[in-house]
Design a protein around this ligand. Structure first.
Ligand code: SF4
Ligand code: SF4
Length: 507
């Protein structure tokens, strides 16, 4: 690994609130989006001449459309409860990475153009003109927020900085200041079918190669079906599962679970991506277009159930947005939604998380394990932000916390949770979510991972933990990159279904 060009924070027992360093991260700029992808997405690709007018206009539209955004702009009392809750502030000490300061980048402009006091006496209410300098600050600091929503848990008013960040990015796109990483992925998923740009024939090849590997290893012909009309289950998973390590180990685990349950299931070429970066860009229109691929595939294949693989933000979009965006679950009254409602089996949650599916089978005694096969691992679990704070799982409150842990403890003997204040609802982000998982933001990613790394290091030192399990494709990619910066081996990271895969007994 090439040496880092920045100072990697030192691990400590507790993550202390740092001494403020003004402008510490002002130099970090995500690469700008290219013409070809922005054109495809319908945005300009260089700063437009009328950028100020456009930005204010788009901001007005968003404030009118999303009442929560206007409320968030109005109700902050600057109590400071959120200031030390962001991993990016804790890891970088840059005061503009405090959630309230991040919000204020937009709030000061909001006050100037959308409130009477701000129009009459801006200096009295902290209102500011939207200058190019302010816009540049938006670009820098709205790409140093992973939309993890941790700050909103501690805000007495529940102000959600993630929503402010999303609005900020949408406005930036509108004036021609898009981000390369999200722009490319949003283009690939719509043109090719997945974020990684893996075409249908390559996917087919990959799956048959994996089938051969599993058979060689286990002697059992576990299938990974693709585009099977009439299958009962449509399984959508992040495309990283098809070939990235350690993601692919979880894909093998899902396939083994389906095989052991005797399930009729299929993947889909056209919906070969569960991820939805529309959430990161802040464009609900794009999010809807991407989500529609799943509905179209479900209708075309005639499936009765839709199950989602290990991906944090994909699960949030599926659980919290699919119903109103596409009519999957309940909601949506267009003819296709109505047809889908008739088609999907009402006895099951639609959509369902793979952990929920596996846990249900375990409870019914339909899966058999040899837990000792995981005895070389001492496991902890990282709650991914979008699962922890943006969705639920199963029918019981807190199911998103208990179900994955129940699965782990059903397949392995050695499990230790990290410190209580760093998991569950208060979990620390991996540092790479929300459109930050790009090498041009590596400094942000490494420093933002500090609170999670501190908590992980404590269980490594005190409990001998050697495996960081999780259920998010972005967290897996982020940790495999960032762990070595903190002196850990990247192979310590893996999915919950990787553990399932190790212990499951197949006929
Ligand atoms: S990264 Fe998370 S904690 Fe930090 S401001 Fe964004 S939503 Fe809040
Ligand atoms: S905790 Fe909420 S009200 Fe207090 S400063 Fe932060 S965003 Fe504002």
């Amino acid at each position: 690994m090439a040496g880092p060009e920045f100072e990697v924070p030192k691990l400590t027992e507790y993550t202390d609130v740092p001494k403020i360093k003004v402008g510490a991260m002002a130099h970090v700029k995500s690469f700008p989006a290219a013409e070809v992808t922005q054109k495809f997405l319908g945005y300009p690709w260089t700063l437009t001449d009328d950028w100020q007018e456009r930005a204010i206009g788009r901001m007005g539209e968003l404030l009118g459309k999303y009442r929560s955004l206007r409320v968030f702009m109005d109700i902050c009392v600057h109590c400071g409860a959120c200031t030390d809750k962001c991993h990016y502030f804790l890891g970088t000490a840059d005061p503009k990475n405090m959630p309230v300061a991040r919000q204020d980048l937009m709030r000061q402009v909001y006050r100037r153009y959308f409130t009477l006091p701000g129009k009459i006496a801006p200096w009295l209410v902290g209102a500011k003109d939207l200058s190019k300098e302010v816009l540049d600050d938006w670009y820098n600091y709205y790409h140093q927020c992973s939309e993890c929503r941790r700050c909103s848990v501690y805000c007495p008013y529940g102000i959600d900085t993630a929503e402010v960040t999303m609005a900020g990015r949408e406005i930036l796109n509108t004036v021609g200041m898009g981000q390369k990483y999200c722009s490319e992925i949003l283009t690939k998923v719509q043109k090719i079918g997945n974020n990684l740009g893996l075409p249908g024939p390559a996917l087919e090849d990959t799956l048959s190669g994996l089938e051969e590997d599993i058979e060689a290893e286990t002697g059992v012909a576990v299938k990974m079906p693709l585009d099977v009309k009439g299958a009962e289950i449509l399984f959508v998973t992040p495309s990283a599962d098809f070939f990235s390590e350690p993601h692919v180990e979880s894909l093998i685990g899902y396939a083994k679970v389906f095989h052991a349950a005797g399930a009729s299931w299929t993947l889909s070429t056209s919906a070969s991506e569960a991820g939805n970066f529309g959430l990161f860009n802040g464009s609900y229109e794009t999010m809807q277009k991407i989500a529609m691929r799943i509905r179209d595939a479900a209708l075309e294949l005639g499936v009765k159930r839709i199950i989602v693989g290990e991906c944090g933000h994909a699960w949030r979009v599926a659980y919290s947005f699919w119903n109103t965006l596409t009519g999957i679950g309940y909601g949506g009254n267009d003819p296709f939604s109505i047809e889908l409602q008739k088609q999907l089996d009402p006895r099951f949650d639609q959509p369902m998380h793979i952990c929920e599916y596996t846990w249900d089978l375990i409870q019914k005694g339909q899966l058999k394990f040899d837990k000792s096969l995981n005895d070389h691992r001492v496991i902890t679990f990282h709650d991914s932000c979008n699962v922890a704070r943006g969705s639920r799982m199963g029918d019981v409150p807190g199911g998103q916390f208990t179900i994955p842990r129940n699965v782990i403890m059903a397949v392995a003997n050695n499990f230790h949770d990290m410190a209580a204040e760093t998991i569950g609802e208060g979990t620390f982000c991996c540092g790479g979510g929300g459109g930050v998982l790009t090498d041009d933001l590596i400094e942000v990613r490494v420093k933002g991972a500090l609170p999670r790394m501190n908590a992980f290091n404590n269980v490594v030192q005190n409990n001998g933990v050697n495996f960081l399990s999780l259920i998010c494709a972005i967290c897996k990619a982020q940790f495999t990159k960032v762990l070595p910066y903190y002196g850990f081996d990247r192979s310590m990271v893996g999915g919950v279904h990787q553990l399932v895969s190790t212990a499951i007994l197949l006929d």
